[in-house]
Design a protein around this ligand. Sequence first.
Ligand code: UGA
Length: 413
Amino acid sequence: MGLVSAACFAELGHDITIIAIDPVKVQAINEQQPTIYEIGLDDLLKRHIGNRLRASISYDSVKSADIIFICVGTPPNTDGSANLSYIKSASALIGAARRNVPAYCVVVVKSTVPPGTTANIVCPRVLKSANKTKEEIGFAMNPEFLREGRAVADFMHPDRIVIGSMDDRAFHYVAEAYHTVDVPVIHTSLSAAEMIKYTSNAFLATKISFSNEIGNICKKLHIDVYEVMRGVGLDHRIGPQFLNAGVGFGGSCFPKDVSSLISLAKTIGEDPLILQAVLEVNKQQPNRLLTLLRTRIGNLNGKKITVLGLAFKDNTDDIRNSKAIPVIQELLLNGARVVAFDPMAAEAMRMLFPTVTYCHSAGDALDGADACLVMTEWPEFGKIDKEFDRMKTRIIIEGRRILSCNGTEGICW
Ligand code: UGA
């Protein structure tokens, strides 16, 4: 999110310095090499590095900045709450860098944080280490709604821009940075902006788990849930997006943010029943896939199972919370031989499961297989019908609806 936002702000015409703690990443960025895979990012780096975009391990550039965006991670603690240690250290370092600078600036939290974090954690830390007042440094919260793999397009063409701020001056500073992006800008309080991000992700996750629950019911009634959701999603009050039933949501955002919201709710005496059900449905979907596999091929011991797709979704090499992980774990535990293919994520998965055989093509992975599980919605999987002829038995179970060939069965369709 930090790298994409920086490159996109440079594209909007601003002068940007990225501050990162890893010198290897800093060097790669300065050599125009993206440190993550994102469509369009390499072009932006080529265009702006050496011009109005650069990376550094030093906080020096903070001294002359008008706006400082905090984009650090907020990974989950073991109890599901958000780990704010990176937010705290960045705040103190930003404050220290501004200590003797008379000019006004705005510190903006872009990281996903629990409501209250900007006002109660970031603001006091920055002001204390800068030895300044709220009149000298402004504070804002500007959540991001970028999808991995499509983040550059999402940044340049958002549905809305949300800016929470303590006062109007800070709001106008941040709004000005986006002035060439022609979308509604919503001005809120700091904590409402923080809550908008959590609520958006929780609602999208809810749509997915809801579709999965309906899909599980449809499956037993021999109804195609995709036909159902097409009919449902065209209602403008519902909308067609994020109604794709399947093996559930993964990634570094939905599972983390829903857990963090549940954890926050519990600390204030709330028992968030819907949010807990969203995670529970999501946890059960891979088990349903495996149950379906067992009904088709019986005991898994000694069977050769092909896993197509390892990334948590298409267009990324990210395997965080990928649904392929619990499925592979269970297959191996039950003595299956797992052969896998993913256009991008094999190397990451190899670190977790070194005993899996990773192939260079879907066809090779399918050679002589007893069954195939489709775990990621890579569009190219939609065109591999012929490759299934290489299997021993044409048993293909989809965790993501991407194929339309004979012999496929879906987890909820
Ligand atoms: C998500 C949100 O979509 C972004 O708006 C947000 O900015 C981001 O989290 C974040 O908080 O940083 P992301 O996790 O990159 O983005 O990916 P999504 O495209 O939302 O997909 C998440 C998971 O849901 C994937 O595993 C995908 O396969 C699954 N999914 C998605 C479904 O199972 N069904 C659907 O209909 C849609």
